[in-house]
Design a protein around this ligand. Structure first.
Ligand SMILES: Cc1cc2nc3c(=O)[nH]c(=O)nc-3n(C[C@H](O)[C@H](O)[C@H](O)COP(=O)(O)O)c2cc1C
Length: 197
């Protein structure tokens, strides 16, 4: 595969459709061990990842369904705020689109020096780097979020409590043969993104 970080980044792409293969826990540990060198103000390591496989993914789908029902009740002022079974299955099927779902959690640490936005930037860096490393290792992934990501029901489904919150999920699996191709990219007009003072 790629031999430099530049090549790896140029080749990186997301995969929204993946097969039922997935990196095992050991491989994931190896990839995550590289996060010891992520830029991290004061080295707070303000992030963690929850691995969801098999039926654990159902809890994510159920959490999303309940969050959607609660949001609908808030908006309309009617309804029970409890998801009906049809909607639960709809969200469960979304949550089980990949054999492995990695919930990316911002886990803020008390600090006088490092505000929350900097800690979120570290967790975001971890998610980007992990997607890159997964791709380099031959796995497909896509970072997904949505308006329900930071709801109470979704937090509860993951067993996380404030001040922790979610940055979304990396859906991970094998890359289907037909998608083992590079993705055409619109060239970046660097002059719009790099200037001098
Ligand atoms: C924070 C974040 C949240 C995202 N949420 C979604 C999402 O909910 N659904 C989706 O289809 N893509 C989402 N994306 C975009 C995909 O992860 C992916 O980047 C996009 O499909 C383009 O593919 P590419 O990465 O190969 O360029 C998100 C990306 C980021 C960085």
């Amino acid at each position: 595969m790629s031999s430099t970080a530049f090549d790896a980044l140029r080749a990186r792409r997301s995969h929204s459709k993946v097969t039922e293969d997935a990196p095992d826990h050991k491989e994931l540990e190896r990839l995550l061990s590289a996060m010891s060198s992520i830029a991290d103000h004061s080295g707070l390591r303000p992030w963690r990842i929850i691995e969801l496989r098999g039926d654990a993914r159902r809890r994510l789908g159920e959490g999303l369904a309940h969050a959607a029902a609660q949001a609908a009740r808030k908006e309309s002022g009617s309804g029970t705020g409890l998801a009906d079974p049809k909607d639960i299955e709809k969200y469960v099927s979304k949550a089980t689109r990949a054999p492995l779902v990695l919930a990316i959690i911002v886990s803020p640490k008390p600090s006088h020096k490092v505000p929350l936005w900097e800690q979120e930037a570290v967790a975001s860096g971890v998610a980007h780097a992990l997607g890159l490393l997964l791709h380099e290792a031959g796995w497909g992934s896509i970072w997904r979020t949505g308006p329900l990501t930071r709801t109470k029901a979704v937090r509860k489904a993951h067993g996380i409590k404030k001040p922790e919150y979610l940055l979304g999920w990396l859906y991970v699996g094998g890359i289907p043969d037909r998608d083992k191709v590079s993705k055409p990219r619109k060239p970046l007009d660097v002059s719009h993104h790099l200037s001098s003072l």
